[in-house]
Each structure stands twice: as C-alpha cells, then as structure tokens.
Design a protein. Sequence first.
Length: 121
Amino acid sequence: MEISKEILEELVNCYDDNQMDHEYFLNIETKDIAFVSSYIDRNEYDELMEKVEEGFGEIYFKVPQTDSREGFLDMEEFVETVYSDKAKSQLYDVLSRNKGVFRRFKDVLMEYCPQSRKLSY
C-alpha cells in the first residue's frame, strides 16, 4: 500500500492526538481516516462504528495513539539538552500550556531547526 506524504502527515497527527473521547481508523482501500468521537451525532457515530466493525482488521485499522505522559516527559528531557536560551525558553513555555502542546512543540523546533522538517516524514 502506497501512502502519500499528506496521508502520512495526517496519520502522524492522529497518532499525536491522544484524547480519550475519540479514535481514528484508517481505511486501507480508500486511504480515508475515519474519526470516531462521542461528540458526533449519535446516528452518525453508530453508522460509522458499524462500518468500522464490519471491516475491522481487513479494511479498517485503528490508528494507535501516543501515551501523552510519556511523550511529555521525553519533551522535557529534550529541552534540557537545548543550548539556545531563547529556544529553551520558548519550548518550556509551550510545555506549560494545556492544549496543543505536541503540535506547538514541533512548531518551535521547526522554527529553530528547519532541516528537521525532513525528519518529520
């Protein structure tokens, strides 16, 4: 199965999104990613879950999600190794926020090290 960079980036974002109230499933035939959440309309939720359950393991595969606490600890350890005081300060600022920490952390890294963009795929 061939996956475009766009789909791969979307899968990475799904992997990083570790909210307890939703899940992501990749349809390997269409390459669509199904978003299943307790916040969507109940009928839509039931219909989507029925499709996923019928094709689970053959067409639909669950996108795993990170353990946010482990990832957060990794980021804290990484910040300790940063030499630039300005970058270190911005990274600590990102870590002190509640929402979007992983994405903002990556954005700060890209700002200071644009060549790392190649590593994100």
